[in-house]
Write a protein that binds this ligand. Structure first.
Ligand SMILES: *Cc1c(COP(=O)(O)O)cnc(C)c1O
Length: 224
């Protein structure tokens, strides 16, 4: 079932779009079903869940951290994550840099933008983001590598609304690319789209989609 869901989604992805299988709240056995179907890229949104999974599961899995990240949790995930998709402040980025240095690594990061109507979602405004990228503090960071942008659309039944928000993420990517990353080919990722809106995200330029319930079924929420 999980393996079939993975294969079905991956088959339909255009070239240049990769699937992040969002395994939060799902047990290791379910992740192994996806792994055995060939999936190697997984997304988790809680530090206390990512760490034991990363320790127990095969080492060729790449873990993306996709949830809101508190600075005091960075140290736990720094040895394990291949990418932190949810960077939304210079304070967080500086902590990631510090913890990555301690592990002797460089951590890939995406800049998260707030484009949805819900106030509860996290992310930079374009102005805040540009101020950060122009700052001296940012230029000093040696152990982070910004590889693109991430965004979440509003929870909405209106495809035009969702498409306009994803287009905003894509436009932000283009603007940052030309202003700050023109000679940096590793700045190439646009992470957007979840189970219910990933086809729209792909049509708006996504390179990474983050699908959870469409693979693993509806989640049983556990409290952290
Ligand atoms: C949970 C989550 C997803 C996956 O959501 P589904 O609707 O289950 O596909 C994607 N992105 C983020 C940031 C999430 O927290």
């Amino acid at each position: 079932m999980i393996g079939e869901n993975i294969k079905h989604i991956v088959e339909t992805l255009p070239a240049g779009v990769r699937l992040v299988a969002v395994s939060k709240f799902n047990p290791n056995e379910s992740i192994m079903e996806a792994y055995n179907a060939g999936q190697r890229l997984f997304g988790e949104s809680h530090a206390q869940e990512l760490v034991p999974k990363a320790e127990a599961l095969p080492k060729d899995i790449k873990w993306h951290f996709i949830g809101h990240l508190q600075t005091n949790k960075v140290k736990y995930i720094a040895p394990y994550v291949s990418c932190i998709e949810s960077v939304d402040s210079i304070r967080l980025l500086k902590e990631i840099d510090k913890q990555a240095a301690k592990c002797g690594r460089t951590i890939d990061c995406l800049l998260q933008f707030h484009v949805a109507q819900e106030e509860t979602k996290f992310g930079f405004s374009m102005q805040e983001c540009c101020e950060m990228l122009a700052s001296e503090e940012y230029k000093l960071l040696q152990h982070i590598n910004i590889v693109g942008v991430m965004g979440m659309a509003s929870i909405s039944d209106d495809p035009a609304q969702i498409a306009s928000e994803f287009t905003q993420v894509k436009n932000n990517f283009n603007a940052l690319k030309s202003e700050f990353f023109a000679d940096n080919p590793s700045f190439c990722e646009i992470s957007m789209g979840m189970t219910h809106d990933y086809p729209i995200a792909i049509s708006c330029g996504a390179t990474l989609i983050r699908v959870g319930s469409g693979i693993f079924g509806e989640r049983m929420y556990i409290k952290h």
